[in-house]
Design a protein around this ligand. Structure first.
Ligand code: NAD
Length: 361
């Protein structure tokens, strides 16, 4: 994940002038990227929490965190914290966000996927609005230099009017799918979806870090302006490459995390390749949150409200499978339609035996 091209060096005037304190809830893999980002911004991490005491202990010792907890509610009760990173599994994002908002923190950086249903997303947004807490979601591609450059090129008309955006990824719709759908929206200047239609197969009892997921998924999204998004997650005969290909009226563009941007305009025969560099995207997304908290920007580019549109698309894809229809937005169902189908017996597994593609325990 770490690339030498991303500088961890911060100019002193770019470090926040206001003193903030931070806490991290969920001390596993991605928590390190958040801890390193707070450190790079000169923001002390005063506490951490993990339901697994060993994980909390090893994290606290690695990042020199004074207080550790096995229940995030105890942390929120005992510590004065301004910024919280929620780095737990998807199924706890909503409850922890709401607890943090009610405890009066100033800003929350919650990892992707935002949550597990549109109802949860609404509850998170509502709790944050009511308590005047800034909520950002870790769709970190919005800060990755290749994606930032690609959006500028598209905005500048490099491929003309966008017609199609397509990607293939792996690891579940709500896991890597959320990154790529959100990044597609980012590249297209955050259009809303008009309708979606999708297909999902779940022959096995598949989970991803404890959250139920499908075996594979394919979908078409119609965005405002009639631009199409073609989604493939875990479909066969293509490795998980996670790059987005955009076709426009005057050319084609490809972008992938850390790999740069390639453009071919109509009539050209070769790729114009660019390898933009910039700040580490994990630092950039937290710096952006600090600016939002300090009132320097109107809204985080990956705010809870933005991430809700991505949740709505993913839930719309599941709802299309449930209703066997094209689903028009705004989406009405607040529950997770995949969970509904499985729990109602409408999507029986053919090979019983629950397994998790990411959790080792
Ligand atoms: N933005 C990215 O590129 C990126 C990369 C990796 C993971 N993620 C996301 O980050 C989240 C965490 O992923 P990870 O790979 O770090 O998982 P992980 O399993 O390595 O770590 C998660 C930690 O959270 C703890 N935890 C779970 N529920 C908890 C709760 N209710 N309270 C406190 N602690 C709890 C677990 O014990 C574990 O130590 C997931 O939502 C994942 O999708 C994002």
């Amino acid at each position: 994940m770490r690339s030498k091209r991303w500088s961890l060096w911060i100019k002193s005037e770019e470090v926040s002038k206001v003193e903030h304190s931070a806490a991290i809830i969920g001390c596993g893999g991605i928590a390190s990227a958040h801890a390193n980002s707070f450190r790079a911004l000169g923001i002390p991490i005063v506490a951490c929490a993990d339901i697994n005491r060993k994980a909390a202990e090893s994290f606290a010792s690695k990042y020199d965190v004074q207080s550790l907890y096995t229940d995030h509610r105890e942390l929120l009760k005992n510590e004065r914290v301004d910024l919280v990173s929620i780095c737990t599994w998807a199924q706890s994002h909503a409850d922890i966000t709401i607890d943090c908002a009610e405890a009066g923190v100033k800003g929350i950086m919650c990892e992707k996927p935002m949550c597990r249903s549109l109802g949860e997303a609404d509850a998170m947004i509502y709790a944050c609005r009511r308590n005047e807490v800034k909520l950002a979601i870790g769709h970190v591609r919005r800060f990755e230099p290749s994606y930032v450059e690609a959006r500028e090129l598209i905005r500048g008309g490099m491929i003309g009017e966008p017609l199609y955006a397509a990607f293939h990824t792996s690891g579940g719709l709500l896991n890597n799918g959320t990154h790529l759908i959100d990044a597609t929206r980012f590249l297209l200047d955050d259009p809303r979806a008009i309708w979606v239609i999708g297909g999902v197969e779940r022959k096995t009892d598949r989970y991803e870090r404890g959250a139920r997921t499908e075996d594979l998924c394919a979908a078409v999204i119609c965005f405002e302006g009639n631009v199409r998004g073609i989604v493939e997650v875990d479909t066969p005969n293509r490795p998980g490459i996670s790059e987005i290909i955009l076709c426009g009226t005057e050319g084609v563009l490809q972008v992938a995390w850390g790999k740069g941007v390639k453009v071919m305009r109509t009539g050209e025969t070769g790729w114009d390749e660019r390898k933009p560099t910039g700040e580490n995207p994990f630092i950039a997304q937290i710096r952006h949150l600090v600016k939002w908290v300090e009132g320097e920007i109107e809204e985080h580019i990956s705010s809870g409200e933005q991430a809700r549109f991505t949740m709505e698309i993913m839930m719309g894809i599941y709802e299309s499978v449930r209703t066997k229809r094209l689903v028009k937005m705004p989406l009405k169902i607040k529950l997770n339609p995949l969970d509904e189908m499985v729990e109602e017996g409408d999507m029986p597994v053919l090979k019983p035996g629950r397994y998790d593609i990411r959790l080792k325990t």
